[in-house]
Ligand binder design. Structure first.
Ligand code: UD1
Ligand code: CA
Length: 480
């Protein structure tokens, strides 16, 4: 029987002062919910229920865009009456898992990791527990539920507001991550009440009931107390970001990645980087970006879901959902918009934008150029200021440029249009017709030269200038 997970994401998180549900607040560019979904999926949990509440539609919107390897179902908790009440909303769905184990996770624990999830499950199964909770020892346990242990397991969790002075001294806390035997959870959920300091249905009361019934309960101490870290306000969220940022950069340093300076460097948790690559200041790597070996990722590059080969040199590049092959040099001030494929050996210089296009091997796009919706072959040369005119106001069309073509400076290529193999366009042309292989296309006004035309103009301009100069020198006002 496959296990299931329930993620409690109904809370608003008032102190974040945002319209988003708290679980969508981000750590290193990924919502806290995403961190948890990743941990569950990596732990092999295929059935995940997310309890949504405050602005829950935003959670559905987020999940709809996500590529999930698991089955994720959202369930509405219309009123937030406590963590126990949140899990109750899923009881119907959880019936199917009554013979399996069910993981319940508070939604604000981005650092809960696979080792903790699997380690606690192992203990849970080995001991045949009805419930196993994850705990952490904190220097300052204020605000958390305290863990009361018995000689051979767990005796109770007492919420901060319900603690007596002795219990307040306990520094082992309830992280908010629990493994329940399905049947036991479902049975006790129906029995908890809201008779406590906050008038809420507490999930930890299920544990109390199970213990009272003589069922086995145990506590698994997480190896790293940061598993317990959550964020209630912006200060704490920034702290989580700083912790995660340093942690991840540390991991890359251990793998042989060189950082010249880590100021402003933000690397997402899923990013991979090959040995010998150098990362400069201000680099932001997001999503499932992959970078090969011996690259130089220069200052202020932002790469999102982009795959970069080896020996690539990027400088002030922004790239989204794109592929950059080996031995490419790009920058400075270049944007690769989604679905750009830059093949081996390409050189792209300053102020170039590329979108939804393939640029063939060893092609050179040196300056001030826009290439959109285009298929460019190998060894093509773009002069300065080329524009593919891909949009007529209501539809996009493609430009095809075949191998070895030479696009003159300031050419407009009005799509749909094809430039044949080895063909040339004359500088300043607005190309509206397909060009056969090896031809030269010129589409521009005929040159006309009017001898002497400028002499009278120059005379008038000189007189005006002399007049102004006189006025200024005599201290008079300029009335012109
Ligand atoms: C909870 C635990 C506490 C533990 C702490 C760890 C309870 C009663 N207490 O307290 O023992 O030390 O977590 O951080 O469970 N949520 C809902 N619906 C609700 C209420 C909450 O979905 O009606 C969600 C929240 O969005 C949040 C999670 O449940 O993601 C935890 O709720 P929160 O109010 O933060 O619980 P704590 O008071 O921190
Ligand atoms: Ca909390």
């Amino acid at each position: 029987m496959e296990n299931a997970a329930v993620i409690l994401a109904g809370g608003q998180g008032k102190r974040m002062k945002t319209v988003k549900p708290k679980v969508l607040c981000e750590v290193l560019g990924e919502p806290m919910l995403e961190w948890e979904l990743n941990a569950c999926e990596r732990a092999g949990i295929k059935n995940i229920f997310v309890i949504k509440g405050y602005n829950g539609d935003m959670i559905d919107e987020y999940l709809a865009k996500r590529r999930s390897v698991s089955n994720i179902t959202t369930i509405l908790q219309a009123e937030q009456l406590g963590t126990g009440h949140a899990v109750m909303q899923a009881s119907g769905e959880l019936e199917k898992f009554s013979d399996a184990n069910i993981l319940v996770l508070n939604g604000d624990l981005p650092f809960i990791d696979v080792d903790t999830i699997n380690g606690s499950l192992e203990l849970h199964e080995k001991k045949g527990c009805a419930v196993t909770i994850v705990t952490a020892r904190l220097e300052n346990p204020t605000g958390y539920g305290r863990v009361i242990r018995s000689s051979d397991g767990l005796s109770a969790i007492v919420e901060q507001k319900d603690c007596d002075p002795m219990q307040l001294m306990i520094n082992e806390i309830n992280v908010g991550c629990y493994w329940f035997a399905g049947k036991e959870l479902l049975e006790t959920l129906g029995e908890i009440t809201n008779d406590n300091a906050q008038g809420e249905y507490y999930l930890p009361d299920c544990i109390k009931l199970l213990i009272e019934k003589g069922k086995k309960a145990d506590a698994y101490i997480s190896r790293d107390s940061s598993a317990a870290r959550g964020a209630n306000d912006r200060r704490e969220l920034l702290e989580l970001n700083n912790i995660a940022r340093a942690e991840i950069i540390g991991r890359h340093l251990d793998n042989g990645i060189e950082f010249t300076c880590t100021d402003g460097v933000i690397i997402g948790s899923k990013v991979t980087i090959g040995k010998g690559t150098v990362i400069n200041a201000g680099v932001v790597l997001r999503g499932s970006t992959v970078i090969g070996e011996n690259c130089r990722i220069g200052n202020n590059c932002v790469l999102e879901n982009t795959v970069v080969g080896s020996n690539v040199d990027l400088n002030y590049v922004q790239a989204y959902e794109s592929v950059i092959e080996n031995d490419v040099k790009i920058g400075p001030f270049v944007q690769l918009r989604p679905n750009s494929h830059i093949m081996r050996g390409v050189k792209i210089g300053d102020f170039v934008e590329i979108k939804n296009s393939t640029i063939g091997e060893y092609t050179s796009v040196s300056h001030l150029t826009y290439i959109g919706d285009s298929d460019v072959g190998a060894n093509v040369n773009f002069g300065c200021g080329v524009v593919t005119v891909n949009y007529n106001g209501y539809e996009k069309s493609r430009t095809v440029i075949e191998d070895n073509a030479f696009i003159g400076c300031n050419t407009n290529l009005v799509a749909p249009v094809r430039v044949g193999k080895g063909a040339y366009t004359a500088a300043g042309s607005t190309i509206t017709k397909d060009i056969p292989d090896n031809a030269l296309a010129i589409e521009r006004g005929k040159a006309a030269i009017k001898e002497g035309y400028a002499i009278n103009k120059l005379k008038a301009r000189t007189e005006k200038y002399e007049h102004l100069k006189e006025q200024l020198e005599s201290g008079g006002e300029n009335k012109d």
